[in-house]
Write a protein of this length. Sequence first.
Length: 181
Amino acid sequence: MIKINLLPPKKNLFGPLQQEITLLIFVMILVSVLAGLVSAYERNKIGEIKKSIVVLEKELATLSEVAKNVEKLEKDKALLLQRMNVIKKIVVDRNIWPRFFDDLTQKLPNGVWFTNLTQNDSRTITINGFSFTNLLLAKFMQVLETSSFVQKVDLDYAQKVVQSEEDTVKFQIIIILKQEM
């Protein structure tokens, strides 16, 4: 027996639309998976960056302490160098003052004596004293100017005074020493 279908064939009205919906769902799933992968990758990258920030902050803290130590050591070094320079100057200058006073006393003529000798600063000396005559005082000043230690000799004042029934000259001399003795 043969069956003959005389009814018109059923039309599938949703056929092309069903294919588009399936394709759309597939594309949405694919986009969601890709977005999830990108999101996971970015979160992983952010985590790595945060870890590197923590490591770098620890390293920065360590290096800042090292920098503070270096600064302290540089200050200590500068202080020690300054002290060493002072000590070197003292060692170099330690014989200058005895040699200067030896030279001063050798050049001091008879009839001139000191009552006071004051060091005003590192290179200026004030001498107060007496002389029997102006000539002896002038001779003493000329001899001082020839000294290898003296740069300049100035007479601040000289005045006649009577001392122990003797006419004397009271004087004040300012001696400026050479920078390099």
